[in-house]
Design a binder for this molecule. Sequence first.
Ligand code: PAF
Length: 253
Amino acid sequence: MIVARSLNELAVPRHGVVGLVPTMGSLHAGHTALFAAARAECDLVVASLFVNPAQFGDAADLAAYPRDFEQDAETARTHGVDLLFAPTAAELYPPGFATWVVPEGAAEGLESLHRPGHFQGVATVCLKLFNLVRPQFAWFGRKDAQQVAVLKQMVRDLNLDVEIRVVDTVRDEDGLALSSRNGRLTATEREQARAIPRALATGDPEQARAILTAAAIEPDYVTVADLDGPTLAIAARFGSTRLIDNVLLKGSL
Ligand code: PAF
């Protein structure tokens, strides 16, 4: 696996099918499922590892985000990544950086109400990564369903020459969706958070709310939205850790 830690070092061979898996590191089985999906379809699998400051509203959340480059590089290397691109924030956002993608539509409501500016940061960094790597396909996890909807909208609206591929959420044995943030939960919070997959399994916002209430969880939202298909989505805080999760509903909205 080639590691490129700067824009100068990034040289993407232009033959064959190139796939990109954008990540913020802290890689887990949700990410390795994305690598496997990319590996199955591409000649060259590029993963980016960049904790994007532009998508964090809260400096404490950015500072607390887990970072272990050596461990992540080893995970990427052993799961089929050919090229790991890990630039610095100073290079992606140099002094004077002043051009942003400001998504509307799919970016409105849900996460945006609780994380203002989040999707501006996500869309901007993904557009930069698409321009730098120029992949034919880019892979994202369904757990971040609104992010997927925002990125598909950006690709459509800006006529980008990349296709977004989506991989199902990977869950722990207790049903909790894998997330880099799970490691920050206390044992009690983790026990409480198990109510989220149980609530989603009802497929119904009222029943989901009742399950969360019974577990003493006051969610940021429990709602059905069209996120690349009718989706029951939940976000809730457990101490300083905020988790999101969703299920695609079979019926129509
Ligand atoms: O889902 C993530 O990890 C991030 O939002 C992404 C897509 C890598 C952009 O920073």
